[in-house]
Design a protein around this ligand. Structure first.
Ligand SMILES: *Cc1c(COP(=O)(O)O)cnc(C)c1O
Length: 426
């Protein structure tokens, strides 16, 4: 029988983990998941309030998704998506387009969030190219995160993570996430470069990896409207916030302007299978629609529109739209809002913020607030010792719970956060 220790030893010999200094990190072997919990080889449970990197919507190993994926696996597991199509890809596109802003008319499949962003960037650039325009710049928010491939890195915050590749990243114009106060300065900057900007690429309402930073819907809508006037395409990265994380099905549902292109992944399959989607308007699609083969969109992946992943996404959508899940989402939003009131005056809280089902508590400790903060491992270990999986971003503790979480489970996490605030302050 394998034990916790033998899994750890075998893992150490062969695996290389992401974002990890392998020399100083041990990885906990997880052998099973159920609902909001993960179980290690010792049988110890971890309440997964980060939805395993923000992907798990309905809990782990959900039987309904498992059944639908299993049926798909024994019906059609894979088919080349050039020259062929299949029912799950058609149904998923139809159902998503019904839920997305009215101007979204086409679905392009890939297999993760970074590729969904790459596809969006290439669509914008080839769109400009096919109109004979030379638009060399992309506009993006400071502190943004859009993925780890080269295009996605280019439009993400520059720092220690991107330093080794800096010379190879394309030119991006960074602006502050919009507030009613800073819009005028941003408009001025846009005016200076407008003719040279292919698109604005942004995380709407919440900048996740940047520290769960939040901005209001109104200034974002106004920024979008301004870019539209200047013929700058709008690419809305809902890879993280899509599928009700913000309390509405999409962040788009809270905005007064519609994007040209949207990106989805993470919660798309309920966190069960890798799948990416880039949706776009007829305006974009029509720029590629031609008798001339050279005007086609030259992008694709071996697993484009994986039937299994599409089946998982359809099953996840079924679950998301039930009255039960919608009530759960409303419950999480209300519980978070009450907790914000409870801790906002705690002496050790610098800021506490909430957007829908996402909650972030920022420690008032003026050491490094970066990914390399020394507070991070202390907080991580504090919660882990209490059976709670939280992965702080520097001094920011955040919750992105699966929608199946209970009031009692949320209360136990809030209590642990308050205890940490009381005890960990220097
Ligand atoms: C996670 C994330 C991505 C990248 O998705 P991956 O599937 O990890 O490649 C892109 N954009 C946002 C907003 C994200 O949070």
């Amino acid at each position: 029988m394998e034990t916790q220790q033998s899994w750890i030893a075998r893992d150490r010999r062969v695996n290389w983990h992401p974002y990890t200094q392998m020399k100083t990190t041990t990885h906990i072997p997880i052998v099973r998941g159920q609902g909001s919990y993960l179980f290690d080889a010792n049988g110890d449970a971890y309440l997964d309030v980060v939805s395993s990197w923000w992907v798990t919507l309905h809990g782990h190993a959900h039987p309904y998704i498992a059944q639908k994926v299993s049926e798909q696996l024994t019906t059609l597991e894979q088919v080349i998506f050039a020259g062929f199509t299949h029912p799950p890809a058609i149904e998923l596109a139809e159902r998503l387009l019904d839920l997305l802003p009215a101007n979204q008319e086409r679905i392009f499949y890939s297999d993760n969030g970074s590729t969904a962003v790459e596809v969006a960037l290439k669509m914008c650039m080839q769109y400009a190219y096919q109109h004979g325009q030379k638009k060399s710049k992309v506009l993006a928010f400071r502190n943004g995160y859009h993925g780890d491939t080269f295009g996605a890195m280019s439009v993400s915050a520059r720092g220690a993570w991107t330093a080794p590749f800096q010379d190879r990243l394309f030119e991006t114009l960074f602006i502050e996430a919009p507030t009613l106060k800073n819009l005028a300065a941003t408009f001025e900057l846009i005016d200076k470069h407008a003719a040279d900007i292919a698109c604005l690429l942004y995380e709407p309402l919440i900048q996740g990896a940047g520290g769960m930073l939040m901005h209001e819907a109104e200034p974002l809508s106004r920024l979008m409207q301004y870019c539209r006037q200047k013929s700058i395409l709008l690419v809305q990265d809902e890879v993280f916030v899509g599928f009700s994380r913000t309390g509405t099905t999409f962040a788009a549902d809270q905005l007064q302007a519609e994007p040209d292109i949207m990106c989805f992944s993470k919660g798309l399959t309920g966190g069960t299978m890798p799948l990416g989607i880039t949706s776009c308007t007829a305006l974009i699609y029509d720029a590629f629609y031609d008798d001339d083969k050279s005007r086609a969109f030259f992008h694709g992946h071996s697993f484009t529109a994986s039937p299994i992943a599409c089946a998982a996404a359809l099953a996840s959508l079924d679950l998301l739209l039930t009255a039960e899940t919608q009530a759960q989402i409303a419950m999480i939003c209300a519980q978070h809002a009450a907790f914000v009131k409870r801790v906002e005056r705690h002496r050790n809280v610098r800021a506490v913020r909430q957007c829908g089902t996402i909650l972030a508590v920022e420690w008032a400790i003026d050491r490094s607030t970066s990914y390399f903060s020394d507070l991070q491992p202390i907080l991580h270990a504090f919660f882990l010792a209490r059976g709670i999986l939280i992965r702080p971003l520097g001094n920011i503790v955040y919750l992105v719970p699966p929608y199946c979480i209970t009031v009692a489970e949320l209360e136990s996490v809030y209590a642990a956060i308050v205890k940490a605030l009381d005890e960990i302050y220097s």
